[in-house]
Design a protein around this ligand. Sequence first.
Ligand code: S3P
Length: 181
Amino acid sequence: MNSNIVLIGFMGCGKSSIGRRLSKRLAHEFLDSDDLIIARAQGTSISDLFATEGEERFRERESAELRKLLEARNIVLATGGGSILREENRSLLHRIGKIVWLHADPETLFERASRNRKRPLLNVENPRSTFNALLESRIPIYKATADIQIDATGLPQEQTVDEIVRVLAIGGIPKAAPKAS
Ligand code: S3P
């Protein structure tokens, strides 16, 4: 059985740190798509890749790394926050494993996402308004892509891992039915 887990979610939601802990708990290998991209680019940082090649080329690199993971087994994969933007990636992620959307309230996300300058999309004149616009446009995509969603607001990391393990074991919280129009 494929027991891979894929973590999606906005910048700052904790995909990498939670993913690392979750991988230990499950005795899985931990992979981070940003790190795979950096390694393939001989150590060039994400910010430098954005600056020299542009976002579109970065997205190509992201898709290329995901394609390589189709045969992977027993992994926890932390994805970049924008990996769900391409339809191709969404389908790849479903084929790779069970998709967990790690969410938190906007204040927590913004505080964590803007702690360092490693996130080129927020390295702009008005990061808060860019953050708001990106978050708003992406939430529906995370929601539609995820098999399960976990709200990590205020939860210590180990408890977030507990919650993922608990929810996965019971097959996930069903998504809310679409509102009748
Ligand atoms: C991005 C998120 C980043 C990284 C790149 C683009 C995005 O990853 O892939 O800066 O579009 O949201 P994290 O979500 O790990 O910060």
